[in-house]
Design a protein around this ligand. Sequence first.
Ligand SMILES: [Zn+2]
Length: 71
Amino acid sequence: MKVGVPSVARRPRCPRCRAFVTWNGNPNRPFCSLGCRLIDLGGWLDERYRIAGPELPDDDAGADDRVAPGG
Ligand SMILES: [Zn+2]
C-alpha cells in the first residue's frame, strides 16, 4: 500500500486575511497584497506610537500672559 503524497505544493497563506499567497515574484510576501502588508505594518506602527507617551502641547512663549493695550 502506497501513501499518496499530495501533489499540490504547500502554499503559504496571508497572515492577515488567510488568502493564498503567490510566493514567486510577490514583493508583498508573506502577505497576499500590498493592502494587507500596509495594514499589518500600520498596526504595529500605531502601537509603537501609542506607547511613545502622550503628546505635550507646544509651549507657547507666554502668548496667553500678554495683554494687549486697549486701543
Ligand atoms: Zn491578505
